[in-house]
Design a protein around this ligand. Structure first.
Ligand SMILES: *Cc1c(COP(=O)(O)O)cnc(C)c1O
Length: 410
């Protein structure tokens, strides 16, 4: 059924119709040169994306998952190590940790920002680790495995509190890999350095995804690693290309994890629009904040600390009536999403790790309560007003069903 008042969660088709004239010649150029793998389009994009992230190096890879995995491996994470991240993320974060041969472990999130709680990270080392006398390095008490890296996830387009995370990381000599797969262009004000830092410029390395729905998306699969460490960048270049330092001379076993040229060309063209798109997302978020405050007192709106400039990959509100609100909006032809309904530590593949419900209450509450509203640069004011109006209506229905007998709902 076509409803012309329907509002999608994301409007990828609309965006690409606008870009058609700009993007089509990239395909044509690639066809004429048949330069599909590597080459000037890949290098050109890498240069420009590194610049965009205020990072010295960028290496294009096949996906965000590969980016996290290669960054961990190139930074020196070894098979059998423990890598600490958060349970409130997309499973790719922990898949990449496992694929690097390490074991994911978790610390809970801050319930306001949905990102890693640095106090919980500190506690993790104080309570769950012992320290090697000589090196001072942390080992996990139960498994006796070394804890060597931490992966903060800049979820929904907002950076984690990196100063505080680095304070812990420096103390315990940890590798820090940013999962910036949702945070292209997000900024963090470092009090320690007294300046704004871009997502992707803070960790030993950072991982980006260009999955089509991300703030910067390819027309297919793509990802990138950014880093200030030239040696690390060289290792990622080898890992993505069968461990080759030069053709058919293999330093190690690597992967088929390259960024292809057509995607790189498309990303390079789209990157020029990204600052404007991110600005529009911020405006959409500010309008939601303002409008929603007027219709609802029970919704918890996204929290942006003063040290953050988020790029709102996702605009997530929080309510104890999440499922009911989602159903109501679906009936009103308004698209929503849940990012994510099951925290990673309770997902099937991690059952063997022995986590249980109640282990990470903030992440579990978030999984039960978050709802992502329509969010994209082209979302118009009138569309937003309709979303908010329906949410207001839902609030009234919910209120009246509380004061009337439940049977009146039938
Ligand atoms: C999208 C995403 C990834 C993985 O990216 P792909 O390109 O889909 O492999 C990793 N981490 C987070 C937080 C993501 O949102």
């Amino acid at each position: 059924m076509q409803d012309n008042r329907s509002i999608p969660f994301l409007d990828l088709a609309g965006l690409h119709q606008q870009l058609e004239e700009e993007l089509a010649p990239i395909f044509r150029d690639a066809l004429r040169t048949a330069g599909f793998i590597g080459g000037p389009m890949v290098e050109g994009f890498e240069r420009e994306f590194a610049h965009f992230c205020d990072s010295p190096h960028c290496v294009g890879v096949a996906s965000g998952t590969d980016a996290v995995r290669f960054a961990l491996m190139a930074a020196g994470v070894q098979p059998g190590d423990i890598v600490v991240t958060v349970p409130h993320t997309f499973i790719a974060t922990t898949e990449a940790i496992s694929q690097a041969g390490a074991r994911p472990d978790f610390v809970d999130i801050d319930e306001h920002t949905f990102n890693m709680d640095p106090a919980k990270l500190r506690e993790y080392f104080e309570r769950e680790c012992y320290f090697d006398q000589e090196s001072g390095r942390p080992y996990h008490r139960k498994s006796r495995a070394p804890v060597t890296a931490v992966v903060p996830v800049h979820l929904y387009g907002q950076t984690a509190d990196m100063d505080a995370i680095f304070e812990v990381a420096r103390r315990y000599k940890l590798i820090v890999i940013e999962d910036a797969c949702q945070a292209h262009g997000a900024e963090y004000f470092s009090k320690r350095e007294n300046r704004w830092r871009k997502a992707g410029s803070m960790g030993h390395a950072a991982a980006f995804s260009f999955y089509p729905g991300k703030n910067l998306g390819a027309c297919g699969e793509a990802g990138a690693v950014t880093t200030g460490d030239e040696e690390l960048a060289d290792k990622v270049r080898m890992l993505r290309d069968h461990g080759q330092a030069r053709k058919y001379y293999h330093e190690m076993e690597g992967y088929n994890g390259r960024l292809d040229a057509i995607q790189a060309g498309i990303l390079q063209a789209k990157l020029r629009h990204l600052p404007e798109w991110n600005q529009k997302r911020r405006e959409v978020a500010a309008r939601y904040n303002q409008l929603l405050r007027e219709v609802s007192t029970s919704l918890v709106l996204p929290f942006e600390p003063s040290w953050s400039r988020a790029v709102y990959h996702v605009y997530a509100v929080r309510t104890s009536e999440r499922n009911e609100l989602q159903q109501y909006l679906t009936k009103s032809s308004i698209g929503t999403g849940i990012h994510y309904p099951v925290p990673v530590h309770l997902q099937k593949p991690y059952r063997t790790l022995g986590f249980k419900e109640g282990d990470f209450p903030a992440a579990e509450n978030a999984a039960a309560q978050v709802l992502s509203l329509p969010m994209y640069p082209g979302l118009s004011l009138s569309q937003q007003m309709r979303v908010v109006e329906e949410i207001g209506r839902f609030g009234k229905v919910a209120e009246s069903s509380l004061s009337v007998q439940p049977a009146a709902n039938a």
